[in-house]
Design a protein around this ligand. Structure first.
Ligand SMILES: C[S@@+](CC[C@H](N)C(=O)[O-])C[C@H]1O[C@@H](n2cnc3c(N)ncnc32)[C@H](O)[C@@H]1O
Length: 363
């Protein structure tokens, strides 16, 4: 067996966490994470965030026997797109030879299962893309020549994050299938009437497991789409052969209507209700989050729909406490009337100034 099996074990303790989020939401993301830690009795974690850079670093208050942030933060935490435990943070990388400096800073004698490289999802960060590609190739070669393998089953995936060309963090993720930086780029389907379609596509991928998608979304179901025009969300249902009542005073895309699966109703989405219960309620109306939240709650509590997906517009200030309180209220209302419904929410990659919420009846 030799020394190989040990090479993935005994990883160094994590001294901080790198967190990716949407640019402009660093403060809300830090507020959300420190609140989870506080609730679980972990001493205050210090967050370093620069507004607009789309990432922050949270210092682990107990680095030696410390907590695994991943176990303290719910899977559906809203603002963090990806959380990466860090071993090292290197400043002043030599630009002439970044590869050697990085390889020398890796935990000694360990193998990994995959390599992820991320950079900020901000305007400045995008220019780093050109540097990362050749660097990734050189790093892989350099590691191979030093006997470090990146194909070791069971080992963590090595994650390098470049805030800029001079600094890098070294950490790990559980596996290399996590979207890098939490960025889930989806191809815009040519036939979809609007880019909003990507939001619902991502919501189904990120907020539902594969098994749930298979069992809860099926051909022949019936859905209502409030604020449906021109039809990007409706299109996602139609392509799954689901019948949709599209409620909007605006026009629906004619090709979508030709599918024969869509009924267009010109009405107010805040007062319209179905004659009989449906499988899915979708709502992408841009309005006050409390107003949308109340209407969604009514649909679910009254049993007018089994499941729901909706957007909550984020207020300019205090986005985290606002959505936290709205979601708490929704969960409390459902706990009494529909205890089998689970509610998950996220600031998706394709969301901008809104978050996406899904309510699934698991009964
Ligand atoms: C962001 S767009 C929806 C985009 C749509 N989900 C898509 O994928 O193409 C919001 C829509 O909500 C509609 N809307 C706004 N207030 C509404 C209301 N009270 N009832 C119904 N629709 C409403 C607007 O007409 C607009 O078409």
């Amino acid at each position: 067996m030799g020394s190989k099996p040990d090479k993935a074990a005994d990883l160094p303790s994590c001294d901080s966490w790198l967190v990716h989020c949407r640019a402009g939401y660093e403060g809300n993301c830090a507020a959300e994470l420190t609140e989870y830690l506080h609730l679980r009795g972990v001493p205050a974690a210090y967050a370093m965030a620069a507004r607009g850079e789309a990432w922050l670093r949270l210092v682990n208050p107990m680095p030696e026997n410390g907590p695994d942030l991943a176990t303290l933060v719910p899977d559906d935490a809203i603002f963090p797109r990806q959380i990466i435990p860090l071993w090292r943070w290197l400043e002043a990388l030599p630009t002439a030879d970044r590869v050697t400096a990085i390889i020398e800073a890796l935990p000694a004698g360990r193998d990994f299962n995959g390599l992820q490289i991320s950079y900020p999802d901000s305007n400045e960060g995008k220019s780093l893309g050109r540097l990362i590609k050749p660097l990734s190739v050189a790093l892989r070669q350099g590691m191979r020549s030093r006997g470090i393998t990146l194909e070791r089953n069971g080992a963590p995936c090595l994650h390098l994050f470049f805030p800029d060309g001079r600094r890098v963090s070294i950490g790990h993720t559980r596996d290399d299938r996590e979207p890098v930086g939490g960025v889930m780029r989806l191809r815009m389907p040519g036939a979809a009437p609007s880019r909003s379609t990507l939001k619902l596509d991502e919501a189904f991928r990120r907020l539902m497991g594969e098994e749930e998608r298979g069992s809860l979304l099926s051909p022949g179901q019936r859905a209502v789409d409030l604020g449906a025009a021109p039809g990007g969300w409706t299109w996602q249902m139609v392509r799954r052969h689901i019948h949709v009542t599209a409620v909007d005073n605006g026009p629906m895309a004619p090709e979508l209507m030709e599918s024969g699966l869509v009924t267009h109703v010109r009405a107010d989405g805040f007062t319209w209700r179905p004659e009989r219960a449906v499988d899915w309620l979708l709502c992408d109306i841009v309005d006050k989050p409390a107003r949308v939240g109340q209407r969604m709650s009514r649909w679910l509590v009254e049993g007018w729909t089994r499941h729901a997906v909706f957007n909550l517009k984020l207020p300019m200030k205090q986005a985290w406490p606002t959505v936290r309180d709205l979601l708490r209220q929704l969960r409390e209302e459902l706990a009494e009337s529909r205890p089998t419904v689970v509610v998950r929410a996220r600031h998706l990659y394709h969301d901008r100034e809104e978050i996406t919420v899904i309510a699934l009846d698991k009964g």
